[in-house]
Design a protein. Sequence first.
Length: 141
Amino acid sequence: MSISNADLSNTPLSLTAPLDIDFRNHVTIPNTGMTSDPLDLGGFQITGIITPAGWTAADLCFQISNDSTSFYSLFTTAGEVKILSASIPTGGGQHYIALDPAIFQGIRFILLASGIEGARVAQGADRIIYVVTRPRGSYLK
């Protein structure tokens, strides 16, 4: 299956992917904002993200909730789950960053945060981040 999405910075993105991957989800961190709007994962788990072409330098972190009201920073025994700012382009093209779906198992709502807990960073423009998901329990072939 070939997926084309012209919404990504007006540049078509063509990928070949198994049928059980969903590329339609996205969240926005608004201009001067530090967190995105919440995303209801409802039966899906995150497998990756597509970062925006522009990014105010900051780590990208995750906050989770099961009721869409109270959000908590996502930690594992190794520390806060984050994508280091060095992995996110501050200019130029977008990047696909693969994530371990096991980290997001059982999470219903998620929002993305610019900067680590206690040191959030305001973004300099609206940042649209595409969240790549697949149905829980599905396996890539």
